[in-house]
Design a protein around this ligand. Structure first.
Ligand code: MN
Length: 128
């Protein structure tokens, strides 16, 4: 169990690069997956503390992957943060409904991104 490990599931190369770089600079250990199924495998094997989940992924979208992670006893304790360009209230509600702890909006704010992610480590589940 690596308490400072974050799994990023993101199919956009630039977002992956920026997010992983900023989080590594902040001292986190980063695992990367470009689609959901390999993300699930990494989550089971490495037990990250948190998953940053792009909700718009090829094959199975982030909502579906989120449900699969929450249904599996090996991964259902891992916090998932939805990582999305959509700011619609509907999207936020859907993300929380499928088990996400919260949502981080793209584009990435370079100055605050790592702090925002870190805040989810201790945060209680946001249902508001
Ligand atoms: Mn995407």
């Amino acid at each position: 169990m690596h308490s400072n490990t974050i799994l990023i599931i993101e199919d956009n190369e630039m977002n992956m690069e920026i997010a992983s770089h900023l989080l590594e600079m902040a001292g986190f250990t980063i695992l990367k997956a470009e689609e959901g199924e390999s993300g699930i495998r990494l989550a089971k094997e490495y037990q990250p503390s948190l998953i940053l989940m792009d909700m718009h992924l090829p094959i199975k979208d982030g909502f579906e992957i989120c449900k699969l992670l929450k249904q599996d006893a090996k991964t259902n304790h891992i916090k998932i943060i939805a990582f999305t360009a959509q700011v619609l209230e509907e999207e936020r509600k859907n993300a929380l409904a499928c088990g996400c702890e919260g949502i981080i909006i793209k584009p990435i704010e370079v100055e605050s991104f790592a702090c925002t992610v870190a805040s989810f480590f201790d945060a209680k589940r946001d249902r508001s």
